[in-house]
Design a binder for this molecule. Structure first.
Ligand code: NAD
Length: 375
């Protein structure tokens, strides 16, 4: 049996749904490890065309002694919809999957979110395993149990909180991820570094400075020897936040740092111009500027955040072509709105973020204007 190397095991401890996050190399090829989390002889793998071409045949061989069915979705955020969800339900029903079946999500955040929602609703909830394959999904989307599909009128509008039975992170698979998608995942890593500050911020800065000019993900992994440690620390932070606030009634909202403007930018361009992480990167810079105006974040840290995003080769500025009024209106679908008031995650200093419902339109306007390219 193929050997795997375990880098870290992190437990997400929840009242009803505790589960492990296993981080390592070669996990995808280890039958004993994968089968540990299956509860019956039935499995449905949900993946997409890209991941299927790289990993499906070999992954299926380790499940050959079970009823193993597969749904291969088209690749793309635009397929995170009810049609894809129905494709999964149809496979489950037509192949007679029972309540003790297991859904395995093999893919990035899109596949993980759809498969998780299908698992949470099929026969009122079945066993679910996340095998995240993009950096963004490994450090963020696969942990914490948020599942969703998009509605034509809004992103992630239909969803549920539903925890997986395990999150299995195989760092080897990152080698086939495009550099652009990999860098988009770095935006979420920078978000965690700002949220906790200290050693993580230092280590992320060192990693980014050493890898700015790499041309491939494999080169990134060769140059930087601490990505696996950084992935583990991001998962640990997310696990701790989710343990405190599983359903986002408080502290979990801080994980949305940079996302209010980021989501609005994605919607403004109909998800066509930026990847999610790229839009979040611009959102992080806007959050820094807004924090400077609203709560006195020091200019040095604003510059530092800008520099981190630059080192990660991520976009940081709003293009001049963007209509800021239209962008502001798009923020009205933000899920942090309470009593009709938009709340922003702001930064007082490294490791010191908070939710602020008192941001005035004037300050928001000023921050957005100074984030525009060339300002
Ligand atoms: N549930 C949550 O808590 C949460 C958190 C953050 C983001 N999300 C969601 O996650 C999605 C974004 O996730 P994403 O950035 O992973 O996007 P994605 O799932 O679209 O993956 C990005 C691209 O990389 C490809 N890919 C993934 N892994 C690969 C690999 N190992 N080798 C080659 N190609 C690979 C995919 O096929 C896709 O083309 C959004 O829909 C967002 O809403 C969810």
């Amino acid at each position: 049996m193929a050997k795997y190397k375990l880098v870290r095991e992190i437990d997400v401890r929840l009242a009803d749904n505790s589960y492990p996050i296993l981080i390592g190399q070669g996990i995808l090829q280890n039958k004993e490890l994968i089968c540990r989390f299956l509860v019956s002889k039935q499995v449905l793998i949900v993946t997409n065309t890209t991941l299927a071409s790289f990993y499906l045949p070999s992954f299926m061989t380790i499940l050959s002694d079970r009823q193993c069915d597969v749904v291969i979705l088209p690749d793309g955020e635009e397929y995170k919809n009810s049609a894809s969800l129905n494709q999964i339900y149809e496979a489950l029903i037509s192949k007679a999957h029972h309540r003790d079946t297991t859904l395995i999500a093999l893919g990035g955040g899109v596949v993980g979110d759809i498969a998780g929602f299908a698992a949470s609703t099929y026969q009122r909830g079945v066993n679910f395993i996340q095998i995240p394959t993009s950096l963004l999904a490994q450090v963020d989307a696969s942990v914490g149990g948020k599942t969703a599909i998009n509605h034509p009128l809004g992103k992630n509008m239909i969803g549920s909180f539903y925890q997986p039975k395990a999150v299995l992170i195989d760092l080897e698979v990152l080698k086939t991820l495009s550099l652009r998608h990999f860098r988009a995942g770095l935006a979420e890593v920078i978000k965690y570094a700002i949220l906790v500050g200290g050693a993580l911020l230092d280590d992320v800065r060192t990693m980014l400075a050493a890898t700015t000019d790499v041309k491939t993900v494999s080169e990134f992994l060769e140059v930087s020897d601490n990505l696996s440690d950084i992935v583990a620390r991001c998962c640990q932070i997310k696990a701790e936040v989710v343990q405190q606030d599983e359903r986002e009634s408080g502290v979990r909202a801080l994980l949305n740092l940079g996302h209010t403007v980021g989501h609005a930018l994605e919607a403004y361009t109909h998800y066509s111009q930026w990847l999610h992480g790229e839009a979040v990167a611009i959102g992080l810079y806007c959050a820094a500027l807004l924090s400077h105006l609203q709560c006195g974040l020091k200019q040095d840290l604003v510059n530092e955040i800008d520099e981190l995003l630059f080192l990660a080769r991520l976009p940081r500025r709003i293009p001049v072509s963007v209509d800021l009024n239209a962008l502001r209106i798009l923020m009205n679908t933000d899920k942090k709105i309470k009593n009709n008031t938009l709340r922003f995650v702001l930064i007082r200093g490294e490791g010191d973020c908070f939710l602020d419902g008192q941001v005035t339109e004037t300050k928001l306007e000023a921050a957005l204007e100074s984030a525009v390219e060339g300002e």
